[in-house]
Design a protein around this ligand. Structure first.
Ligand code: CP
Length: 335
């Protein structure tokens, strides 16, 4: 009989964590086989992933932070775009769970000789893989892979579409640091137009009952965003006075197509969070998905202050990715 996660915990004498107060409906079962985006997950699916992530977060505090529940799985990390946090934490999560891991980087592969995405993935599939973690600059690539590959697909960021594990780790971190998501006041500041992080966060936070405001220059806030159930503001002071959590987004210089704001200095003066803001509004928590443009979205001292939970987000990302890998591997028999 396959071991359940519950059995692994109890075999090692570990107490299960009760950090998550979520009580899942008695008839709930997790039926997802891919993670393309949070748009395809119900509020209960999101709650369930977060609940399981709290088990894995506890594993990370052990002297030997391993749980070899994916020993029979082979996972490919298919990264067509640069990444530090997402790629390393997926790889570490897979290794901590005992999976066989293959890393693919487009810059050192036969993509450079002109091989198509479809041919690349069909060749990788022939090596008998179970799961694919994919990051790509084009929105829709994870969906495309889902149709042409017999493996579980996890979206690690597709263009400006979604970055679901980032939103899950952000929501997990809010819950851990601030409390219940229902009724939580969250402002997301910056480049809303180009951000897959903001789309996934809005979808997840609204499903869980948070109030969300997006704040930034008019040129960086698309019209459709209000249809997602958020309010729009261009006044950072008002937002910081109101919110429990302020999440600053990276200005994506590589995706800017000219002139969305006059200069980085002016952006910082209008939308950057400074130490003066922390002093004036003593209650909000600072988040950032990384990488930070220091001195643009956040002052250096703000990024390093005890009001910022940016490195906790990274640690929690490991636990969230372990939970996602575990659940999508077909192991849904948790205690
Ligand atoms: N937050 C995030 O996705 O960071 P990386 O691009 O470094 O993975």
């Amino acid at each position: 009989m396959a071991k359940t996660l519950y059995m692994w915990f109890h075999e090692t004498g570990e107490q299960t964590m009760k950090a998550e107060a979520e009580v899942m409906p008695s008839d709930y079962s997790f039926k997802q086989t891919h993670l393309i985006g949070l748009a395809g997950y119900s509020a209960d699916d999101i709650r369930f992933v977060l609940q399981q992530a709290s088990y894995f977060r506890e594993v990370l505090n052990r002297p030997v932070p391993k749980l070899p529940t994916l020993r029979d799985k082979t996972i490919v990390n298919l990264f067509y775009e640069n990444s530090t946090r997402t790629r390393l934490s997926f790889e570490l999560a897979q290794k901590r769970m005992g999976a066989d891991v293959v890393n693919f980087s487009s810059s050192s592969s036969s993509v450079k000789k002109g091989e198509s995405l479809k041919d690349t993935i069909r060749n990788i599939e022939s090596m008998k893989i179970d799961m694919v973690v994919v990051r790509h600059e084009s929105p829709g690539v994870p969906q495309f892979l889902r149709r042409c590959v017999n493996a579980s697909i996890i979206n690690a960021g597709d263009g400006a579409h979604e970055h679901p594990t980032q939103a899950l780790l952000d929501i997990f971190s809010m819950k851990q640091s601030v409390g219940n998501i229902k009724g939580l006041k969250v402002v997301i500041i910056g480049d809303i137009l180009h951000s897959r992080v903001v789309r996934s966060n809005i979808i997840g936070l609204i499903k869980l009952g948070a109030e969300v405001v997006v704040c930034g220059p008019k040129t960086m806030i698309p019209l459709f965003v209000q249809e997602m159930g958020v309010r729009v503001s261009h006044n950072l002071e008002e937002c910081l006075a109101w919110c429990n959590v302020a999440m600053a987004l990276r200005i994506q210089l590589e995706r800017q197509q000219g002139g969305l704001f006059p200069s980085l200095r002016e952006y910082h003066e209008t939308f950057g969070i400074t130490m003066k803001h922390l002093e004036r509004y003593p209650d909000f928590t600072v988040m950032h998905p990384g990488p930070i443009n220091r001195g643009v979205e956040l002052d250096n001292d703000v990024a390093d202050s005890d009001r910022a939970i940016i490195l906790d987000q990274v640690t929690n990302g490991l636990a969230v990715r372990m939970a996602v890998l575990y659940l999508l591997s077909g192991r849904r028999d948790l205690g």
